[in-house]
Design a protein around this ligand. Structure first.
Ligand SMILES: CC(C)(COP(=O)(O)OP(=O)(O)OC[C@H]1O[C@@H](n2cnc3c(N)ncnc32)[C@H](O)[C@@H]1OP(=O)(O)O)[C@@H](O)C(=O)NCCC(=O)NCCS
Length: 213
């Protein structure tokens, strides 16, 4: 398995990447920010994407987005082909894109929003912390990306304060501070995250149902 920084020679994989992202969103029944092949190719050409290949076969992908004049970086669109799941590939891709982001944008805060427990766990192990949406970028174009998500009405209803996704942030300055103090990071508590997700679903979907009635 090769996990590499993609370039224009990988443009032929853009269609299969978009198809994989769309199909997995259907299976999960959750929202997702839809992307076009042209968008993916642009990321590859700018050296802002990571691709995993098993020989010539597509195995996984993730890309970098920058917001608020590169003060914030998001590692988005993580996808692992169903044939390669549960083997640690997402973890490896996220590590590579995290290292690449830190090198290319050393002062940027790295963030993500997700409903996926696997992603929360990986992010947490990379040093991200769960935060409120107010600590993430206020760049409107980032939040516009949520418009294609089926939960977008929740985000607008709460005036962008919360949604089904959990926001997670890696702040390089806070990390350096913590390192100095030699703070130990506690283990990822997946039960707590699962419970949080369940509470949000109950809260938002109930309200949605009541409003429709
Ligand atoms: C989510 C996804 C990227 C995980 O890929 P993967 O290669 O199977 O993940 P890994 O094998 O690296 O697993 C990482 C960790 O998450 C856990 N995990 C994996 N899938 C999980 C799931 N569905 N639910 C809960 N935990 C999960 C693994 O057990 C592992 O934990 P461990 O380190 O304690 O063993 C993959 O299932 C996928 O592409 N899903 C569809 C797209 C998607 O949801 N993208 C995320 C958008 S935010």
């Amino acid at each position: 398995m090769r996990i590499i920084i993609a370039n224009k020679s990988h443009a032929s994989y853009a269609e299969i990447i978009c198809k994989n992202i769309e199909e997995s969103a259907k299976v999960r029944g959750t929202g997702i920010a839809r992307r076009t092949p042209e968008y993916i190719i642009d990321k590859m050409e700018k050296g802002n994407a990571i691709i995993a290949l098993d020989g010539e076969k597509f195995a996984g992908f993730c890309y970098i987005e920058t917001w608020s004049h590169e003060k914030y970086v998001a590692n988005s669109g993580l996808i692992v082909h169903p044939d390669y799941r549960k083997q640690g590939l997402a973890k490896d891709i996220k590590q590579v894109i995290f290292d690449h982001s830190r090198k290319k944008y050393p002062h940027a805060k790295i963030f993500g929003i997700t409903t996926g427990l696997a992603v929360m766990k990986i992010n947490y192990e990379l040093g991200y912390q769960p935060v409120t949406f107010s600590e993430l970028t206020d760049d409107e174009s980032f939040w516009k990306g949520c418009q294609t998500c089926k939960n977008y009405d929740v985000l607008t209803r709460t005036e962008h304060k919360m949604c089904l996704c959990t926001g997670m942030l890696y702040d390089p300055e806070k990390k350096a501070e913590a390192k100095k103090k030699n703070n130990k990071v506690s283990k990822f508590n997946d039960k707590a995250f699962q419970r949080l997700k369940h509470i949000k679903q109950t809260l938002f979907y109930k309200k949605e149902k009541a409003e429709k009635e």
